[in-house]
Design a binder for this molecule. Structure first.
Ligand code: HEC
Ligand code: HEC
Length: 490
């Protein structure tokens, strides 16, 4: 018995142990060199990172005032701060994943927290909830309450604010691909109270909102006049600059003119790199944990000799506890694409599979993962022979819009080959979400300059061709039908 008990312990211990997330050794070769500079972006040392305390606080739903359960507000005032992830209760990898699901869905952005009585009152006023998308319990996607030592604060969801998928029945799946589901709900305004401007000026202390916006995207070694103009005046509504389409967001280091698709995190396990341009390696749960920290302030924004932030802004000011980050990493690694419950008839899928092979799709979207995990070159990029990822580089370009991969601070020079698993759930395709369906993707008309992209069009909503990825563009109608049937079964 004792022996069996010991075996049991040995089998669960390694997975239950909490690794140190911000680890100097692991960070050394984590970020990908910027193509134009040939250097990896800088990062905080573990000593700098751990010099501030880690946050680990449970958050609570903000309900549409007409749906708030009776007595909820008073009950909330009486709660004591609780950990979002309680590491003491975790015994196995499964426990980490379960805790991680809660953390991924409920995590709030530390820079959004506010005790401002005016904002709190607004979050309880039905006026602020017009067109808000309601979850089945009557709560909203945007704001969350956080019980802190200083009392109840208003905040906003972090990961799940963007990583939210609506299926055709209008059901919400956090972590799934963002975008517009034709048959889904049309009103999906996430937030009751918009805390973004507040968070921006906190993230970039000393900056006006416009300066903060400019700083998010400016590229000192290759300035884009459209980004530089933002310092002086808002050239487009903030909505179009951040979220030009329900499926995109212009993250720090990207650009409002080269937005990125909010991708399906349920298939991240098939990636060897993170982000469309492979900005970081993806070696497992710990790298995903690091990435969650990175997008939340663990980022000094230094690129060789170029510093984006002022000395005051370059100090790390917030971080999540390691157990919160690791739980999220383990959870994301545990996910997989859902199977299509209504696949096309087998004969059609089989015919499609043959076309998939015949057209050479398999060389890049290689089964069984439907990606080789490798990196293609953005049009115009020649990587040095001694590039650290030389083994993973396919010396081919699919010639999609090279702007993100060459001109932004996400500019590694690469586009990773995405997995096609679960592609049937995506309503936005390509790194910039410009394509809205598989039909559009394999329609040669999308190449023409007068095409109106079904997905992201650019901040000005322009007509433009969607270049590149020329594969499968000259199929007959029948061949296309079978190829799509096959793709929708993956
Ligand atoms: C403001 C919107 C937003 C928030 C908040 C957000 N993400 Fe993302 N996320 C994105 C976008 C957009 C991308 C694509 C970036 C790119 O390709 O360069 C992305 C990419 C990713 C990727 C890479 C996926 C892939 O296929 O390479 C991971 C992993 C990820 N996010 C995890 C998280 C986690 C964990 C959180 C919470 C800590 C989070 N994100 C918060 C918008 C967001
Ligand atoms: C040379 C490698 C290569 C070949 C061959 C190739 N692809 Fe791709 N595919 C890519 C890359 C790289 C992307 C992402 C490009 C981007 O985002 O800019 C992509 C994107 C896609 C997407 C969009 C996925 C998404 O979520 O954005 C689909 C669908 C797709 N490919 C299907 C196919 C099919 C079907 C074939 C064959 C007819 C094929 N591909 C051939 C490399 C390839």
């Amino acid at each position: 018995m004792r022996f069996l008990g010991l075996l049991f312990l040995v089998s669960i211990l390694p997975a239950a142990e909490l690794p140190r997330i911000w680890d100097d050794e692991a960070l050394k070769d984590w970020a990908t060199p910027i193509a134009a500079l040939g250097v990896r972006p800088g990062h905080y040392s573990a000593a700098e990172y751990y010099a501030i305390p880690g946050d680990n606080l449970k958050t609570y739903p903000v309900y549409h005032p007409n749906h708030e359960p009776k007595g909820y507000w008073d009950w909330l005032q009486k709660q004591k701060p609780q950990p979002l992830v309680d590491a003491a209760k975790i015994r196995s990898a499964r426990d980490w994943a379960t805790a991680g699901e809660r953390a991924f869905e409920d995590l709030d952005n530390l820079l959004f927290r506010t005790a401002d009585p005016k904002l709190i009152a607004r979050a309880r006023d039905p006026e602020a909830f017009k067109n808000a998308y309601l979850l089945p319990d009557g709560s909203i996607i945007g704001n969350r309450w956080v019980v802190t030592e200083q009392g109840v604060m208003l905040s906003e969801r972090e990961c799940s604010l963007c990583h939210v998928h609506f299926d055709p029945n209008g059901k919400v799946h956090f972590g799934g691909p963002a975008g517009v589901e034709p048959a889904g709900p049309t009103d999906r305004n996430p937030a009751g109270v918009d805390l973004v401007p507040l968070a921006y000026t906190r993230f970039f202390p000393g900056d006006t909102f416009l300066q903060a916006l400019w700083r998010s995207y400016t590229v000192p070694w290759n300035p884009d006049p459209r980004v530089e103009a933002l310092k002086e005046k808002l050239t487009h509504p903030p909505g179009a600059l951040f979220v030009g389409d329900p499926g995109t967001f212009a993250r720090f280091h990207g650009s409002p003119w080269a937005q990125t698709k909010v991708p399906d995190l349920r298939v991240i396990r098939y990636s060897r790199y993170i982000d469309a341009t492979a900005t970081h390696r993806m070696r497992g749960a710990e790298d995903l944990a690091r990435y969650a920290a990175f997008v939340n302030g663990a980022d000094p924004m230094t690129f060789g000799p170029h510093e984006i932030l002022t000395p005051e802004q370059r100090q790390i000011r917030v971080r999540y506890a390691d157990e919160v980050l690791y739980a999220i990493g383990v959870y994301l690694m545990s996910l997989d694409a859902p199977r299509n419950p209504n696949p096309a008839p087998k004969s059609l899928r089989d015919a499609g599979q043959k076309i998939f092979q015949r057209e050479g799709c398999v060389t890049c979207h290689t089964p069984p993962n439907y990606t080789s995990g490798k990196l293609t070159l953005a049009q115009g990029f020649k990587p040095p022979a001694d590039h650290p990822y030389a083994e993973d580089i396919v010396h081919l370009t699919v010639a999609t819009d090279p702007e993100l991969a060459l001109r932004t601070r996400k500019g590694t020079g690469f586009y990773k080959i995405p997995t096609l698993r679960g592609v049937w759930t995506r309503t936005r395709l390509l790194h910039d979400a410009s394509v809205a369906s598989l039909e559009e993707m394999f329609d040669p008309a999308r190449l023409k300059p007068d095409h109106v992209p079904g997905g992201w069009k650019g901040p000005a909503g322009d007509r433009r061709g969607i270049p590149g990825h020329p594969f499968g563009l000259s199929l007959t109608a029948e061949e296309k039908r079978s190829l799509l049937a096959f793709l929708r079964s993956l």
